[in-house]
Each structure stands twice: as structure tokens, then as C-alpha cells.
Design a protein around this ligand. Structure first.
Ligand code: ADP
Ligand code: ZN
Length: 754
């Protein structure tokens, strides 16, 4: 027997298959994690078995053999191996980098304390069905229930397991294992492995709420899709507070009842103790929770509970899309518009695409949920590529909160220099005196980057690109991040001529200070990257706010999503503009989404909510449509803009980023690369389609220097057509053949263009 192995070394030169022989005594399976001698020195390193064959390879070189297997069960399923190969191609990454996403770090690099453990597996050549019958009475019930459970567990895992591991999933099963060994159904193998304790806690099951008719209809349609097994994608567009979570949970329950597994993906910031409590209560031991605050050991435990079939539902952020289930019946992506679903590290995968690939494999439905679907998803739903399901109202007919727009230019004209408008000041006073709670929200993105006039609201924009420019301290210049256009920062506003040109942005700390000045003695909680660094800070703050220890929660994006505090009646958006003028064509869409989300935090209980949005551009469509809770109106507006400017989804951005120490060399290589890519793309497009290449420019990156390294880029804009895939293929091939991969990072529809 021979195994094709990928070594666990992330380097392009070894990212290929090596053939090893499998010693007779070893039981090596596809997807197994193994130790093998490598290189001239035969150093022992780790690798993964991605292929098995009985034919000896040609070539006449010496074939080394696998030393031993590390875990007794395969760490990858066949489907995951296939997924990794697809990622390698689609995202142009190393196969081993794709594989690494699918296993916990704890599993790799000899980090596990090894221990010799007794392991058992089903006896080879056992006829499973026949043998299983021997464990049943005439009436079909188990003779010895524990024995049957152990038998089923091992059949499901399909690989040897440590007896201790079995006992962890099936407490008190030691005797059953011994009995099965005696019967000859199991054989013992002495494996070297490891284990970690703790499987998480159970909670009592919650009582069922009655679904609203809209929720029922949505649930029915998703269930239909599960039964149809056609691998459809459904978009659940439901306003904030419409009860999407309850719909997900019903469908996940149905999935489990069918003996299949489900994955629910949520943005990391939505993985609050609140949400996790909800899922623990509903699904108890069956749910594995994967979030960034887990320790390495806890993460490993959760992974293993999934892999070995103890957990049937995985709830987690982006990386949970790789949960090692073997029979997926449903994947749900909540808040599907969130940017965090795009990985910004190699491999730069998009969660939605990976989920799509997995559900297609299992013929299971993919459900995308959001109050503010991404333009792309809604566009697809509109054109029938996705099925659209709508929840247009909040549960129990709770009203959407009223949204007041405050024009901060007027405030400034009336001599109010404070962060708070008169309106917000007044409502805060009322809210506090009534013993209610408030959330003050600050958009952190674009902190102090865009430049505008405090007198008239004029924002400096690029003449070529219709995006705002950013201020670069070096040289005091305004720059466009898309085309490189730059100009000097004037002292006076080009629109009104007054000397009020100002760099924008306030911090949470400033807000807190001014709030306490206005309302001395107010208890506040500040939630931003600085105050939530420690492991449990998040959880402590939420708890403290939930029990009313603070009256005002001040925060960045972290407070915008998923929170459900019944006592919050006021939400203040301190500066709605701060995200509007970042140099990104999605700035408007993101601001709209964020405003809708933040507004959704108010009035979630019986007392109605109020939202105050402070802005210097009250006429901006992102703000106007958000204030009217009008998603569809905004969608149509924004789609028109994108069509006119030929931005995604009508086009595709692609950039090759070059990073290095030697700026001159980088500049030269960047120009050469630009010329080469132009050639490659044009020839891939052919004469008729050559104008689908709309833009190609080699120049320095917007962030020209980062962490001491210079950055240059070739930015390409392509019309999205049937030719796009072929062009990408040609670009990848070119890069593979012609460049030192370490220097170049290729990004498609880059998450951010800095
Ligand atoms: P969304 O995720 O769509 O914003 P949630 O799932 O957070 O909405 O639901 C909002 C609130 O409504 C939650 O407190 C939830 O417990 C409650 N809820 C959901 N469905 C029902 C129902 N059918 N009846 C009563 N309350 C419900
Ligand atoms: Zn420009």
C-alpha cells in the first residue's frame, strides 16, 4: 500500500504530493495525520494522507515509509480533502494552507502531549448490518444498550478510538467495550495518542414559542429545501427583530432529527454570551460553540466533539464553516452581509463560497440571513439565482424605532461645538431620568481619515473615481486610493471658501468624557478594541450592562450587532458620516447596513425605541433610506450607482500586491508585472472581448509603506462576464510560472484596498 502525502510545511516548493509506503502493521486511511521521515536528513515531520493506492509509483527512487499515525481517526473527511483541493485552485493557495484551516492548531506541530492509550476498532471484515443484528433482541431493541451505542459510535467514526475517548462520549462504557472485545466484534490496538478533558456544560431545554405566521412560512420553505436535496441557496431577508434566529433553530432541530448535522455561522461580534446561552439552552451537549475566546485546548475539544460525532451542530464565526461534519444537512450564514466573512489572510476565502461548495456536495440548502443583505446576494435573489424569503415585520408587531436625523452643520452654525446635538442631549436626559438605558455608537472605520468642511459639509473627492480622498500626513496631501490621484490640502473649503476644513473623527473616549460632563454621575461602559483586549472583558461588560450596572454603553461596531437588551430605548449614532467617506466603493452600502443594524438595537421590548443619527450629510441616500427603514429603496439606488460606475457586482477588482524592502526594485517589478498582466489578460480575453479589461494600473499601494516594507500594486478592473474565470486562470498560471510567490499576493474583490 502506498500513500500520497502532503507534508505540513507551508512552502510552495514542497506543496505537492509525496509518495510513502505504508507498513503492514499500520492502519492508514485517507485523511489521516501521520509522522514521516522527510528530506535528506530524514527528519521526522507531520503530514496528511490525501491519497492511497496499491500501485507502486514509477521512477525507481527509494520510497520511504510512514513512521506512524498520530491520531487514531482520519482528521479530514473525504469531502474536506476535496474542498481543500477546490480551495487550492480557486484561491490560489497552498494545499497545506487550505488543509490547516480545517483542523485546530493544537493538533499540529507536536503540540499535543503524547500518551499511550488503549484504542479499539471494529474488527476488520465485519459485516456491519449482520453484526449489529446480533446485538438486538427479536423486537429490535438492544440487548445491551451501551454495547450497541459503542458499536454505533465506532461504525460512525469508522476508525479506531481510544477507550478513554469512547468513555467520554458514552459515560460508563468501559464494560461494554470489554464485552464487545470478548465477542470479537472489536479488536484492541495500542495507539499513541492524547486527550483533553471537558466537554462543556448542559442546560435545560427551553420551552417552545409559537412561531409567527411569517416565521412558520419561512421555516416551511427551508424545510422543503432540505427535503428537496437540491442544494439550493435561500436568502432570508428579515428586518431586525423579526425572529430569524428562531427560524434557524427550528430548521437546525429538524436537521438533527433527520440524523444530519448543521452549521450556523455568525459574525464573531455576534457571538455574545447572550447568543451562546441561547444555543446551549436549546441544543445542550449537541452544540459545539466555536469562537475566538476559546483557549487552544477548548477549541481542540470542540473540534473533536464534532469530528467524532458527539456534536451535531456547530455555531461559530467564519472558520466554523470548516467544521468536520460528515453528513451536513444545512448551513446557515447569519448576517451574511458582514465583511468578516471574507478572510483577509491566506487563503483569502469567502465563507459564503466555501459554504456553497460544501452544501452543494451534500445536496443541502444554504440559508443566508440578514436584515440588510449584501447588494450581491439580494441581486442574486432578485434574479432567481437564490430563493428569496421575507420577514417584513418584527415579532409581536413591535414597531420599528423612529429615527431622527440631525444635521450637524446646523448645530455648528448655532454655536454647538459639542459631540452631542441638542436633540441627542435632550433625549439622553429623558432616557436617563426615566431609568432606561442608551447605546452610543461610533463607527470606527475611517477614523480621522476623510477630510471635510465643518461649515458646509463639503467632502474632498477624487475627480476620477468618485470616492473620497484621504489625508496623508507626509507631505500634507489628499490622496485617492483607487487611482493614486493626489493634491495639496487647501486651507479653505473649495465649496464655501471658509477656513473650516477639518480632519474627521472622534474616539469613544472623547464621547465618554463629554457625556459625563453633560450628565455628571452617569455610569458608562466603553466597549472598543482597547477595552476588550482581555479574554472575558466582552462577557463581563455585556453582563454588567444587562443587569443595569451602567446606563450608557458607548462603543464601536461591537455594539451594533445582535444585542438584545430590552431596557434600551435610545440609540445615538454619534457621527454617521465617519464610515461614509472612506475610499471604498462599498462605503455607502456599509454605512446603510450599519445604521439599520444599530437602529435595530432600540425598542426590542414593549417600550418603543428612538434613534438619533447625527450627520453632516443628511441628504446622503445611505442615511435617508436607513432612516425610513427602506432596504429595497436603498438597494435599487445603490444598484444603479454600481451599474453606472461599473463596480461590483458588475465588475471585478483584482489586485496583485508586491511587498518588499527595496523600493526601487519593487517599483520596477511592479511595472513589469503590470505590463505582463496586461498582455496575459488581453490574450485571455481575445480581440472581441479585449475591452472587458476596463482598467489596469501599476503604482504604489494606498498604504505605501506598512510595517517597514514598501508596497506596490497592480490594480485591475474587469467586467464580470463569462470570460472572467478564464482570465483569472491565466493570471494565476502566469504568477505560478513567473514570480517568487512570497512577494506577490493576489486579491480578488479585495476586502479593503489599503
Ligand atoms: P432577528 O435576529 O431577526 O433580529 P431575533 O431572532 O433576535 O430577531 O428575535 C427578536 C426577539 O424576538 C428575540 O428576543 C426573540 O426571542 C423573540 N422572538 C422570536 N420569535 C418569537 C415568537 N415567535 N414569539 C415571540 N417572541 C419571539
Ligand atoms: Zn481616483
Amino acid at each position: 500500500m502506498f500513500a500520497q502525502v502532503i507534508v505540513d510545511v507551508a512552502h510552495s516548493q514542497v506543496d505537492r504530493l509525496f509518495t510513502y509506503s505504508v507498513p503492514q502493521a499500520l492502519n492508514v486511511e485517507l485523511g489521516q495525520h501521520v509522522l514521516l521521515p522527510f528530506g535528506r536528513g530524514n527528519k521526522e515531520i507531520e503530514g496528511f494522507v490525501v491519497g492511497l493506492s496499491s500501485d507502486a509509483p514509477e521512477g525507481g527512487y527509494v520510497i520511504k515509509s510512514i513512521t506512524r499515525v498520530i491520531e487514531p481517526y482520519p482528521v479530514f473527511t473525504k469531502e474536506q480533502l476535496e474542498l481543500a483541493r477546490w480551495m487550492q485552485k480557486s484561491y490560489h493557495c497552498l494545499l497545506v494552507d487550505a488543509l490547516r484551516l480545517m483542523i485546530p492548531a493544537q493538533l499540529r506541530g507536536g503540540r499535543i502531549k503524547e500518551k499511550t492509550l488503549r484504542t479499539v476498532c471494529l474488527t476488520e471484515d465485519l459485516e456491519l448490518n449482520e453484526t449489529r443484528k446480533l446485538l438486538l433482541k427479536r423486537d429490535g431493541t438492544a440487548k445491551a444498550p451501551r454495547q450497541l451505542e459503542v458499536f454505533d459510535l465506532l461504525a460512525r467514526v469508522g476508525a479506531p478510538m481510544a477507550i478513554k475517548d469512547i468513555a467520554e462520549f458514552l459515560p460508563g462504557s468501559q464494560g461494554a467495550v470489554d464485552a464487545l472485545l470478548k465477542k470479537g466484534f472489536l479488536v484492541e490496538q495500542g495507539f499513541v495518542t492524547f486527550r483533553r478533558p471537558d466537554t462543556g456544560k448542559t442546560a435545560p431545554a427551553a420551552k417552545d414559542v409559537a412561531l409567527t405566521p411569517a416565521q412558520q412560512a419561512a421555516t416551511d420553505r427551508i424545510m422543503d429545501a432540505m427535503n428537496a436535496q437540491k442544494g439550493q441557496t435561500l436568502l432570508l431577508h428579515g428586518v431586525t427583530g423579526s425572529g430569524k434566529t428562531e427560524v434557524y433553530m427550528r430548521c437546525i432541530q429538524a436537521c438533527m432529527d433527520n440524523n444530519m448535522q448543521a452549521i450556523l455561522l455568525v459574525p464573531e461580534i455576534a457571538l455574545t454570551p447572550q447568543t451562546m446561552g441561547l444555543f446551549r439552552t436549546r441544543f445542550g451537549e449537541s452544540v459545539a460553540l466555536l469562537h475566538s475566546r476559546l483557549s487552544a485546548g477548548e477549541r481542540f475539544d470542540e473540534w473533536r466533539r464534532i469530528r467524532l460525532g458527539a456534536a451535531k451542530v456547530a455555531v461559530g464565526a467564519r472558520s466554523a464553516v470548516f467544521a468536520p461534519f460528515s453528513d451536513i444537512g444545512l448551513i446557515v450564514i447569519d448576517e451574511e452581509h458582514e465583511q468578516s466573512y471574507q478572510s483577509e489572510q491566506t487563503p483569502r476565502y469567502h465563507t459564503l463560497e466555501v459554504a456553497r461548495r460544501r452544501t452543494a456536495f451534500f445536496n443541502a440548502p444554504l440559508v443566508l440571513g440578514s436584515a440588510t443583505p449584501s447588494l450581491q446576494s439580494y441581486y442574486r435573489a432578485k434574479y432567481g439565482i437564490y430563493e428569496l424569503i421575507e420577514l417584513p415585520e418584527r415579532v409581536q408587531s413591535r414597531p420599528m424605532p423612529d429615527i431622527d436625523i440631525v444635521d450637524m452643520r446646523d448645530e455648528f452654525a448655532q454655536g454647538n461645538n459639542s459631540i452631542f446635538s441638542a436633540r441627542l442631549h435632550q433625549l439622553l436626559g429623558e432616557c436617563l431620568s426615566m431609568g432606561k438605558q442608551a447605546i452610543l455608537f461610533l463607527n470606527r472605520r475611517g477614523y480621522s481619515t476623510f477630510v471635510s468642511c465643518r461649515g458646509c459639509g463639503f467632502v474632498f473627492e477624487c475627480p476620477n473615481c468618485d470616492v473620497s480622498m484621504t489625508y496623508h500626513r507626509a507631505g500634507e496631501r489628499l490622496k485617492c486610493h483607487y487611482c493614486g490621484h493626489n493634491e495639496a490640502l487647501p486651507g479653505r473649503c473649495p465649496s464655501c471658501g471658509r477656513p473650516y476644513v477639518k480632519l474627521f473623527g472622534v474616539g469613544t473616549q472623547q464621547v465618554e468624557e463629554q457625556l459625563i460632563e453633560l450628565f455628571p454621575g452617569t455610569k458608562t461602559l466603553r466597549m472598543d478594541l482597547d477595552t476588550t483586549r482581555t479574554k472575558d472583558a466582552h462577557e463581563r461588560m455585556f453582563k454588567s450592562f444587562a443587569v443595569g450596572e451602567a446606563q450608557v454603553l458607548i462603543g464601536t461596531q461591537m455594539v451594533a450587532k445582535g444585542l438584545d437588551f430590552p431596557n434600551v430605548t435610545l440609540v445615538g449614532v454619534v457621527a454617521a458620516d465617519s464610515g461614509l467617506h472612506i475610499p471604498d466603493y462599498r462605503a455607502g452600502e456599509r454605512t446603510f447596513q450599519l445604521l439599520m443594524q444599530v437602529a435595530g438595537r432600540a425598542g426590542r421590548d414593549t417600550s418603543p425605541g428612538r434613534v438619533v443619527v447625527q450627520t453632516y450629510t443628511p441628504e446622503h441616500p445611505s442615511i435617508v433610506f436607513a432612516a425610513q427603514h427602506d432596504y429595497k429603496g436603498y438597494f435599487l439606488y445603490e444598484l444603479m450607482q454600481r451599474r453606472a460606475a461599473l463596480f461590483p457586482p458588475f465588475a471585478l477588482f483584482l489586485r496583485a500586491l508586491l511587498v518588499g524592502e527595496d523600493e526601487e526594485r519593487l517599483q520596477r517589478e511592479c511595472e513589469e508585472l503590470g505590463q505582463a498582466l496586461e498582455r496575459v489578460i488581453k490574450s485571455a480575453l481575445g480581440d472581441e472581448a479585449v475591452n472587458e479589461l476596463m482598467y489596469l494600473k501599476a503604482s504604489f499601494a494606498p498604504m505605501q509603506k506598512k510595517q517597514g516594507l514598501f508596497r506596490y500594486q497592480v490594480l485591475v478592473k474587469l467586467l464580470r462576464t463569462g470570460n472572467t474565470a478564464r482570465v483569472l486562470r491565466a493570471v494565476y498560471d502566469y504568477l505560478d510560472e513567473n514570480s517568487a510567490k512570497q512577494l506577490i499576493r493576489l486579491e480578488i474583490n479585495p476586502g479593503d484596498l489599503f
